[in-house]
Write a protein that binds this ligand. Sequence first.
Ligand SMILES: *[C@@H]1O[C@H](CO)[C@@H](O)[C@H](O)[C@H]1NC(C)=O
Ligand SMILES: *[C@@H]1O[C@H](CO)[C@@H](O)[C@H](O)[C@H]1NC(C)=O
Ligand SMILES: *[C@@H]1O[C@H](CO)[C@@H](O)[C@H](O)[C@H]1NC(C)=O
Ligand SMILES: *[C@@H]1O[C@H](CO)[C@@H](O)[C@H](O)[C@H]1NC(C)=O
Ligand SMILES: *[C@@H]1O[C@H](CO)[C@@H](O)[C@H](O)[C@H]1NC(C)=O
Ligand SMILES: *[C@@H]1O[C@H](CO)[C@@H](O)[C@H](O)[C@H]1NC(C)=O
Length: 496
Amino acid sequence: MSLVLLSLAALCLGAMPPEPMIQCGSENGPSPEWMVSHTLTPGDLRDLRVEPVAMDDYSILMNISWILRADASIRFLKATKICVTGKSNFQSYSCVRCNYTEAFQTQTRPSGGKWTYSYIGFPVELNTLYFIGAHNIPNANMNEDSPSMSVNFTSPGCVDRVMKYKKKCIELGSLWDPNITACKKDKKTVEVNFTTSPIGNRYMTVIQNYTVIGTAELELQQSKRTRTSVMVAVTGESEGAMVQLTPYFHTCGNDCIRRKGTVVLCPQTGVSFPPDASGSVLSGWLPLLLLVLLVAEWVLAVGIYLMWRHEKIKTSFPTTILLSPIKVLVVYPSEICFHHTICYFTEFLQTHCRSEVILDKWQKKKIAEMGLVQWLTTQKNEADKVIFLLSNDINTVCDGTCGKSKASPHENSQDLFPLAFNLFCSDLRSQIHLCKYVVVNFREADTKDDYNALNVCPKYRLMKDATAFCTELLHVKQHVPVGKRLRACHNSCSSM
Ligand SMILES: *[C@@H]1O[C@H](CO)[C@@H](O)[C@H](O)[C@H]1NC(C)=O
Ligand SMILES: *[C@@H]1O[C@H](CO)[C@@H](O)[C@H](O)[C@H]1NC(C)=O
Ligand SMILES: *[C@@H]1O[C@H](CO)[C@@H](O)[C@H](O)[C@H]1NC(C)=O
Ligand SMILES: *[C@@H]1O[C@H](CO)[C@@H](O)[C@H](O)[C@H]1NC(C)=O
Ligand SMILES: *[C@@H]1O[C@H](CO)[C@@H](O)[C@H](O)[C@H]1NC(C)=O
Ligand SMILES: *[C@@H]1O[C@H](CO)[C@@H](O)[C@H](O)[C@H]1NC(C)=O
């Protein structure tokens, strides 16, 4: 009896061979199969994909998956080798070899699908370009074309939905959910509620629609998770405006991940619908009442709009001709994190101060052709304003969210800041040229001793003085004819 069972089991096993699985291990050198000649080799892969996955230990690894080609050559397939090259500040290279535990008997799975495998490994760093190449083993002979497949993968920064679980990102506050809610209390006040983080106690709230219309700073006694409420005084229409919340965590200083929200109208507490009891009596009336109200409101809105248009046509004309952008040259110390700080500042200038920004990082080719000194001199002459950006609390942990440049903060071979300072120093002594220079600090700070000549320039703190700063910039172009510009500028200087 037992003999019969055994032979039955053997029959079953014979009919259904075990499916090949993979066993992977690192193999950085050439594969042993490379040394011997093979008359028959497997074809290449059909597909190769990479995606990052978050692991339980707060690391991010690659999930590399591949599909085998369903052809007869699959019978010769023994293993698949995958190599990954990473390119960020330094280059990395490593390979794994995944052996198939059985020889392939069929071109497709017994269930009908294609043979698909995946390997989880290779740590993923932030903002890094990876080349992933894979080939089947045994590979083709030395002087034959070896079929292989490759894909590129660029890992995102901490704002990404997977990367945010990386340990480094968590330390920068990536998992903090401030859950910002903001509403317009009245013409001059916006109420902003948010949840503070256990890793920081200082926050800056900025309300902006086209320009900054209000700011507020919050400093708690201690760092903890709590729902807080901040009243922000605003100088313009705040409904629909954007709220930007900047935390200052010790791990990232001025370069922490910023969060955004939108200002809505506060719920009107005075006007509430009648309670349910009388509601049943009113319910028949209500739709009719609402309809009447709606029509009345519509008529009113059309009336106001027509009046407004009438006014607008009369008054808007002079403002429209002022809209040529201001050229701004931004000079910053090389230690400042380019991605976060400079990009953010540039975006602010472009979107809120109608400026065209000149940055060395974007003109590398021109600088290479002209030389840095010549380039600086030319740009200074072309620019309406030169901004010296200072940061007293330097932090180099960057999170690339600005796509314009892939450069790392340490890449600067020549430091722009001291050169520009020395080059423009003589201007700082002349009243006429002085008005071209502005100093912007990210925090309350004295100008560094080395650069105290800059103390004569108007100084602003971002984002606290953002409105005044924009006004100063826009002041340059009061639509003065070119010849008169210097004098107009001079006047604005002496009145500071
Ligand atoms: C895969 O097979 C090769 C050659 O037979 C062997 O040298 C290697 O150790 C195997 N790797 C693993 C992870 O089993
Ligand atoms: C890896 O990718 C494969 C193919 O897309 C998928 O089936 C598998 O579930 C992924 N593994 C993890 C841990 O995400
Ligand atoms: C990967 O990137 C390199 C360099 O940017 C490029 O030459 C190559 O064509 C890319 N390959 C794929 C498959 O996108
Ligand atoms: C965000 O705050 C609102 C209002 O306080 C609350 O209703 C909501 O549940 C919160 N959402 C999350 C994800 O905490
Ligand atoms: C903020 O919180 C206060 C107190 O919990 C609440 O009364 C108010 O409606 C909230 N405002 C917003 C904009 O969420
Ligand atoms: C932004 O502010 C301006 C000036 O205060 C106002 O005219 C405009 O309606 C505001 N825009 C939005 C979207 O609220």
